[in-house]
Design a protein around this ligand. Structure first.
Ligand SMILES: *Cc1c(COP(=O)(O)O)cnc(C)c1O
Length: 340
């Protein structure tokens, strides 16, 4: 009995069409867990939207979007490295565009794989990957198919930085400018002021931008009355009150109840210490499962495919009922997609 993702196809698609209308040159990003929808699903949807280019994170994901029906160009966002055998084998595919972020990699590619389609990444204030345009040898670019400069900005992307870096790239070689994480208004300003083609790569805002377009539900698989003080679960914690145990679908295999790490700084600010996934002495850890209008406690940490929830008093649900569950879409894997 599955953890189910229900998508309102019309609403989901119409949000995407709206965003495409506002962002000329938008390139959809389909990577990782496919933002909760899966890579094949996103590839199929990008195809429905009539787009010509999709971006994936790593070489291994190229085949996964193809399996979803994608027929256009594929940009691999993580930069190519000479020791990545799969990424190197893919260079013969004329629909694959690789990202280059080091001067030595550009040189190696120009020598060993001339004609490859490349986007060159400029180092930004993120300092993740990237080079300084002035340091590359223009002869290397001449031997490759130059598809433009890419600028990966922090989440709070600034137009001033995008503008400055784009101009630094264009001074070395004219070509398209690819950016991430600008606001729509800032991106449009950049698009309007540059006289080259521009693209913005968008994942979260495209697929997850309308939270009302999708929801995750779990199925109640079992219900047991339990008396206060009775031992339960793998860990034989004691029930805090008279109530019911609900066994519901969704567990560690689905990434249920996983949270992003919180910076130490903000934990200290809040004066809190957290032991992730560990129950406190009285066994009260709020679960993402909602029963009768509110989130309920885990009875113990999630199992592989199911979780045990403690309901004080009446169960309020029966076997077979579906209940809402709050999931983090970039870590969850649901069992089934249902179209509404
Ligand atoms: C993942 C990624 C994106 C998309 O990020 P979202 O925040 O999901 O829109 C854009 N650009 C690059 C380079 C990325 O790696």
């Amino acid at each position: 009995m599955p953890l189910t993702l229900t998508i309102d196809r019309e609403r989901w698609t119409s949000h995407q069409r709206d965003l495409l209308g506002e962002v000329p040159g938008l390139v959809p990003v389909a990577k990782g867990n496919g933002y909760g929808f899966g890579l094949a699903q996103l590839a199929g949807q990008a195809q429905v939207l009539g787009l010509g280019t999709i971006a994936v994170g790593i070489a291994q994901e190229v085949d996964l979007v193809r399996a979803g029906g994608w027929t256009g160009d594929v940009v691999v966002l993580n930069p190519w490295r000479p020791f990545d055998e799969l990424a190197t084998a893919q260079l013969v595919d004329p629909s694959v565009i690789v990202t280059i972020s080091r001067v030595e990699d550009l040189k190696a590619l120009a020598e060993q794989h001339p004609g490859t389609r490349v986007i060159v990444e400029i180092e930004t204030s993120m300092h993740r990957h990237g080079l300084e345009p002035g340091q590359i040898n223009p002869d290397d670019l001449d031997r490759l198919r130059f598809e433009g400069w890419t600028i990966h900005l922090p989440a709070t992307g600034s137009l001033a930085e995008a503008r400055r870096l784009a101009r630094a790239g264009l001074a070395v070689r004219p070509g398209p400018i690819w950016v991430s994480h600008l606001s729509v208004a800032d991106y449009r300003a950049l698009h309007d002021e540059l006289d080259v083609e521009t693209h913005m790569r968008v994942g979260t805002r495209l697929w997850l931008g309308d939270k009302g377009a999708y929801r995750t539900t779990a199925t109640v698989l079992d219900v047991h009355p339990i008396a206060k003080g009775a031992a339960l679960g793998y860990h034989q914690h004691k029930a805090p009150k008279d109530g019911h145990l609900l066994i519901v679908s969704g567990g560690t295999a689905h990434g249920v109840a996983m949270a992003a790490p919180v910076p130490q700084r903000s934990l200290r600010q809040r004066g809190v210490t957290i032991a992730q996934g560990v129950l406190d002495a009285v066994g009260r850890t709020l679960s993402p499962y909602e029963v009768a209008g509110r989130k309920r406690d885990f009875a113990e940490p999630p199992h592989m495919h199911s979780s045990m929830i403690f309901m004080p008093g009446e169960a309020r649900v029966k076997v077979g009922d579906e209940i809402p569950v709050t999931t983090r879409m970039t870590t969850v894997t649901t069992d089934e997609i249902r179209w509404a």
